[in-house]
Design a protein around this ligand. Structure first.
Ligand code: HEC
Length: 115
């Protein structure tokens, strides 16, 4: 009986992973992010640039992201209504932005540390 516990834990972990990925899909989020043009101002990996601030790898909370893109001022960034980007789409975009790999710290890049 004791030997079944790890298998049960792993099984539950897989189950919860598949449930959460059913709610927000980073790969789909990347497609939408590209399709609706977020990349044009924020970069393909949400790295930011002259045209828009960095969004990844640590995006704002999902609710804040949703509120922001629905109510963008339109002077700097166009607002995205739910007809264009549904709440589910925003959740997927959020999952994508959160999945972007963190860049290494400057001290860990040898070229930057050569005297
Ligand atoms: C035409 C250029 C443009 C496009 C397209 C665009 N943005 Fe932006 N975005 C901006 C600019 C410029 C700002 C900064 C000015 C501001 O805060 O209003 C901004 C700000 C943001 C912020 C706030 C960042 C912060 O830390 O304050 C978020 C989040 C964001 N954009 C997400 C998105 C998403 C998601 C999309 C696609 C659905 C998108 N943007 C499309 C230009 C753009």
């Amino acid at each position: 009986m004791k030997s079944m516990i790890p298998a049960l834990v792993i099984g539950l972990a897989c189950l919860s992973a598949s449930v959460s990925s059913a709610r927000a899909d980073a790969a789909r989020g990347k497609e939408i992010y590209t399709k609706v043009g977020c990349y044009q101002c924020h970069g393909y990996d949400g790295q930011g640039g002259n045209t828009g601030p960095r969004l990844a790898p640590e995006p704002m909370e999902l609710d804040a992201l949703k509120t922001f893109i629905r109510n963008a001022s339109a002077t700097a960034m166009p607002p995205y209504s739910a007809n264009l980007v549904s709440d589910g789409d925003v959740a997927d975009i959020h999952a994508y932005l959160a999945s972007v790999r963190k860049p290494p710290a400057g001290k860990d890049i040898p070229l930057l540390n050569n005297p």
